[in-house]
Ligand binder design. Structure first.
Ligand code: COA
Ligand code: MG
Length: 292
């Protein structure tokens, strides 16, 4: 399978309504690793055309520092999709977030249209997985396109389509979440967790961030600035983890020099695979530090 892209922090990925000038302005100073300028569900039908122009202008403004910029277009079956996609391709952000990707054919159609609209190579597909069909076809979707770089869980739509409840611990969604993480890892793609709707429940939000990080997600999509700090913390290795990672590498190298393939550190077995994890934690920490 394709190699995962060189680690780029995507701990916190903030949606904002593309027609909301205040949010577009505010995002220039927020500690988000990435931004999704939305024209889909957060924009009312009579504001779609205006939002399309606003998000293109924002994405090309150069005013968002080193935050990774993406545009969410309306879904393939809508009247806005073709013009949204054309406009986003011309703007050329890091990613075009495509909602409700449910099949390989959907991805192939988007990819062919992006080619015909002259999208730059650096503009990647971020496919939203948020339908029962996407859960069934997750692996095929994840592996069908080089341009597809990121999978994004759409947990609100998924719960709605499943007739499932959004509850603490998310047990009704765990099968789909796990399946998509597995598909992402198999395909060497990045995967982002879905949003947490209750912006006045920081404890519930922190718990869901921890759960997502434990499951293997690379980061979380967010809806409000108050969620940024907790996501940035949950999806970064802690200082203790980085310190432990350095000790693992050091101890293992000493072990190898002494002719051992497996050693113990603080009473725990360390093998080559633990060293790989340790290197990943250090790479992540360094990439995060480089953000400034
Ligand atoms: N991105 C950037 N700025 C945001 C923001 C976001 N997602 N959400 C809120 N803000 C800004 C507000 O504009 C406000 O700015 P100010 O300090 O300059 O006045 C500040 O943060 C505080 O906002 P607050 O009053 O707490 O929230 P609100 O009532 O204005 O908005 C929501 C609440 C949920 C409507 C809003 O957070 C939102 O639109 N989130 C994104 C929704 C979305 O994109 N959904 C689609 C994907 S699920
Ligand atoms: Mg959705």
């Amino acid at each position: 399978m394709a190699d995962i892209e060189t680690y780029r922090p995507r701990r916190s990925v903030l949606y904002m309504p593309g027609a909301n000038d205040k949010a577009l302005e505010k995002a220039k100073t927020l500690p988000a690793d990435a931004i999704i300028f939305d024209t889909e569900d957060s924009v009312a039908p009579d504001m779609k055309i205006e939002a399309r122009a606003k998000v293109a202008a924002a994405a090309t403004s150069g005013a968002y520092g080193n935050r990774e910029l993406t545009i969410r277009v309306n879904s393939l079956e809508t009247e806005w999709f073709v013009d949204d996609l054309r406009s986003a391709c011309e703007a050329g952000p890091s990613g075009i977030v495509v909602p409700k990707v449910s099949s390989v054919e959907n991805v192939e159609r988007v990819e062919a249209m992006m080619d015909s609209f002259g999208a730059p190579d650096h503009t990647r597909i971020w496919a939203m997985l948020e339908t029962p069909s996407a859960m069934v076809h997750a692996v095929d979707i994840a592996t069908c396109s080089e341009r597809l770089a990121v999978l994004v869980m759409g947990t609100n739509d998924l719960a709605r389509e499943l007739h499932a409840a959004l509850v603490p611990g998310r047990h009704p969604l765990l099968w789909g979440l796990s399946k998509c993480v597995n598909a992402a890892r198999y395909a060497g793609k990045v995967i982002l967790d879905g949003v947490f709707n209750d912006i006045r429940d920081p404890d519930g939000f922190a718990a869901e961030c921890r759960q997502g990080a434990e499951m293997g997600f690379d980061g979380k999509t967010l809806i409000h600035p108050s969620q940024l700090d907790a996501a940035n913390e949950a999806f970064a290795p802690s200082a203790e983890e980085v310190d432990h990672a350095r000790r693992v590498i050091e101890a293992f190298e000493e072990g190898i020099a002494a002719g051992k393939g497996v050693i113990q550190l603080d009473g725990k077995m360390i093998e080559n695979l633990h060293v790989a994890n340790a290197r990943r934690a250090i790479d992540m920490a360094e990439a995060i530090a480089a953000l400034g």
